[in-house]
Design a protein around this ligand. Structure first.
Ligand SMILES: C[C@@]1(CC(=O)O)c2cc3[nH]c(cc4nc(cc5[nH]c(cc(n2)[C@H]1CCC(=O)O)[C@@](C)(CC(=O)O)[C@@H]5CCC(=O)O)C(CC(=O)O)=C4CCC(=O)O)c(CCC(=O)O)c3CC(=O)O
Ligand SMILES: NC(=O)C1=CN([C@@H]2O[C@H](COP(=O)(O)OP(=O)(O)OC[C@H]3O[C@@H](n4cnc5c(N)ncnc54)[C@H](O)[C@@H]3O)[C@@H](O)[C@H]2O)C=CC1
Length: 189
C-alpha cells in the first residue's frame, strides 16, 4: 500500500527529534517551516542543530534516548545511526500512539517526509514512497523553476476574494475562472 498524502496541523502538537547529527538537522530545518514545538534528545549534536536550538529556544536533553521518552509526543523522528534504536522507538510509538518517522527504514515509519516547495500558503509535496529520495529532490528543483514568481501573492488574492465574497454559485464561478486563466497564462495549458 502507498502512503496517504495528508497535510497535518501541528498547532499545539509536540514533536520529538531523537538524534542531533546531519540528518536530524535536515529534518529539523524542514519542520521549522511549520512549527517550533520541537524537543531534541541526543548525547551529541552538530553545530547546525545547536544553532536551531539557540535561535528558536528548542528544549534539548543532552543524553541518549530512554524508555518512555516518546510519551506525550504527537510525532517522533528517529534520526539516529542505529537501526536497533529505530526499531525500539518505533515500537514504543505504537504503544503510546505517536506517529513515528525513522530515517533509516520505511518499515519503522508511520509517515515519511516529502520533498516540498513552500510559497506562502502554497505547498507542493513530492514523494516516491521511499523508493528514491534523490528523485523527489531533483523533481522538486525542476518543478520549482516552472512556478510563476508571483504565485504566492496570486494565491493570497484568491484567498481574500474567497473570504470576502458571499458563498454560492457566483463566487465559485469567479474563483474557478481566475484560477484557470492564471494557470493557462503561465503554463500554456
Ligand atoms: C523514506 C524516507 C524517510 C524519511 O526520511 O522521512 C527517506 C529515507 C532515506 N533517505 C535516504 C537517502 C537520501 N535522502 C535524501 C534526501 C531526502 N530524503 C527525504 C525523505 C525521505 N528519505 C523519505 C522518503 C522520501 C520519498 O519518498 O521520496 C527528503 C525528500 C525530505 C527530507 O529529508 O525532509 C530529502 C530531500 C529533500 C529535498 O532536498 O527536497 C538524499 C539526497 C540528499 O541528501 O541530497 C539521499 C541520498 C540519495 C538517495 O538515496 O536517494 C536513505 C538511505 C541512507 C543511506 O544510504 O545511508 C533512506 C533510508 C532508506 O531508504 O531506507
Ligand atoms: N532519511 C533520510 O533522508 C536519510 C537518512 N540517512 C540515515 O540517517 C542516519 C543518521 O545519519 P547522520 O545524521 O548523518 O548521523 P550522525 O552520526 O551525524 O548522527 C547520529 C546522531 O544520533 C545520536 N544518537 C546516537 N544514538 C543515540 C541514542 N541512543 N539516543 C539519542 N541519540 C542518539 C548521536 O548523538 C548523533 O547526534 C544514518 O543511519 C543514515 O543512514 C542518511 C541520509 C538521508
Amino acid at each position: 500500500m502507498s502512503f496517504f498524502p495528508a497535510y497535518l496541523k501541528l498547532d499545539n502538537k509536540k514533536i520529538l527529534v531523537v538524534g542531533g547529527g546531519k540528518i536530524a538537522g535536515d529534518k529539523i530545518s524542514h519542520l521549522l517551516d511549520f512549527t517550533h514545538n520541537i524537543t531534541i534528545i541526543a548525547p551529541e549534536i552538530d553545530e547546525r542543530v545547536q544553532e536551531f536550538i539557540t535561535t528558536h529556544s528548542l528544549p534539548y536533553h543532552k543524553r541518549s534516548y530512554q524508555t518512555g521518552d516518546v510519551e506525550g509526543f504527537f510525532i517522533v523522528i528517529v534520526a539516529v545511526d542505529d537501526l536497533e534504536v529505530q526499531k525500539t522507538i518505533y515500537e514504543e510509538c505504537q504503544k503510546y500512539g505517536a506517529l513515528c518517522n525513522a530515517v533509516d527504514s520505511v518499515e519503522y515509519c508511520d509517515f515519511i517526509f516529502p520533498s516540498y516547495i513552500k510559497k506562502g500558503e502554497l505547498i507542493i509535496a513530492f514523494s516516491t514512497s521511499g523508493a528514491s529520495p534523490a528523485l523527489s529532490k531533483y523533481l522538486r528543483r525542476a518543478i520549482e523553476k516552472l512556478l510563476p514568481a508571483n504565485i504566492a501573492s496570486f494565491l493570497q488574492e484568491l484567498k481574500t476574494l474567497r473570504a470576502t465574497l458571499p458563498k454560492g454559485k457566483e463566487r465559485m464561478e469567479l474563483l474557478d475562472k481566475k484560477a484557470k486563466e492564471y494557470i493557462q497564462k503561465h503554463f500554456k495549458g
